[in-house]
Design a protein around this ligand. Structure first.
Ligand SMILES: O=C(O)C[C@@](O)(CF)CCOP(=O)(O)OP(=O)(O)O
Length: 325
């Protein structure tokens, strides 16, 4: 029983930054993202009676250790959902996600794995059911079930059955662009999972972050509805800065930013001062993603490429949801 699925990564405009339940991966707030066309994972899952354990190949290399454990535990969810608890699979994933660009390839990775695995084992999941399953692999991945803009509703129930993403607007709705700025970075990374845990548990700024979310969410949805790029960009940039501010108050304090990160942030703000509407957002790493409009693509790309410490700029449009090959 075999299936292949392709899923694209997404960039959060209103960030997921904290869990209320680690095991079920339930968040402390809603988040909202844009799925990107340029970065995706294609995964084939082939369940086979003769296998006695899962085998996972990523970009042609056998995966072992913690990364393997995360995948086989996730497939246990699919085995339990289908009742076929002693069926194992060959899994092959190809990532077109430049990890160096600071994209958590876990978002497209777990979405593609969930879609291919569920289909291969014979589950016919609705989009909300597929998003709820994907969430248990990696929170942000649950938004990649949809193309365009999607919102992950945090839900209230303790069992997480009401925590999954819903579509806000399809990719065709609005052609806004994202430039992924790749920085030469050797900094040891605090993973998003570890970073948000430490922040939730120790940062005095965390409650202020949570209190600010509903306003940001309402504002950005109005901005998307009205195709008001300045409104969407300004809220996204401010939301990112508030998220990162919480890490500075954690114990021990930490930040994902380094010198080139700040240089890119200042350059984006200078672009705005010079009349080019561009806004930045940053996740759990030093890399910066820049939102801009199609008519400004050449000037934005050229400006970003000329920043000292920038090694690459990868451009993307809004992307699609899950596709089966
Ligand atoms: O994407 C966002 O909303 C914001 C972040 O990227 C900011 F860093 C967090 C992504 O966290 P994720 O990797 O999904 O964590 P998991 O649930 O512990 O696997």
């Amino acid at each position: 029983m075999k299936a292949t699925a392709k899923a694209h990564t997404n960039i959060a405009l209103i960030k997921y930054w904290g869990k209320r339940d680690q095991a079920l991966i339930l968040p402390t707030n809603n988040s909202l993202s844009l799925t990107l066309d340029g970065f995706y994972t294609t995964t084939t899952v082939d369940f086979h009676d003769a296998l006695t354990q899962d085998v996972f190949m990523l970009n042609g290399q056998a995966v072992t250790g913690e990364a393997y454990q995360r995948v086989t535990k996730f497939l246990d969810l699919i085995r339990n959902l289908s009742g076929k608890t002693d069926l194992y699979a060959n899994i092959g994933s190809i990532n077109e996600v430049p990890t160096a660009a600071g994209f958590a390839s876990s978002a497209s990775g777990f979405a593609a794995l969930a879609a291919a695995g569920a289909k291969a084992i014979g589950l016919n999941l609705s989009d909300p059911e597929l998003s709820r399953l994907t969430r248990q692999g990696s929170g942000s991945a649950c938004r990649s079930i949809y193309g365009g803009f999607a919102e992950w509703e945090m839900g209230e129930k303790e069992d997480g059955t009401d925590s999954y993403a819903v579509p806000i607007a399809p990719r065709e709705y609005w052609d806004i662009r994202v430039a992924a700025v790749v920085l030469s970075s050797t900094m040891k990374k605090v993973s998003s999972r570890a970073g948000m845990k430490r922040t939730v548990e120790t940062s005095p700024f965390y409650s202020g972050w949570i209190d600010s979310i509903p306003n940001d969410l309402n504002g950005i949805k109005v901005g998307i509805q009205e195709k008001d790029f300045e409104k969407v960009g300004a809220i996204s940039e401010a939301n990112c800065l508030k998220m990162h501010a919480t890490t500075l108050g954690a114990n021990p304090p930490f930040t994902y930013w380094h010198d080139t990160t700040l240089r890119v942030m200042h350059t984006v703000q200078e672009m705005r001062a010079n009349g080019i509407p561009a806004y930045f957002t940053i996740d759990a790493g030093p890399n910066v993603k820049v939102l801009y409009l199609p008519e400004d693509e050449a000037r934005v790309e050229e400006t970003l490429r000329n920043i000292a410490g920038v090694t690459d700029v990868r451009l993307s449009k809004a992307g699609p949801g899950i596709t089966y090959l």
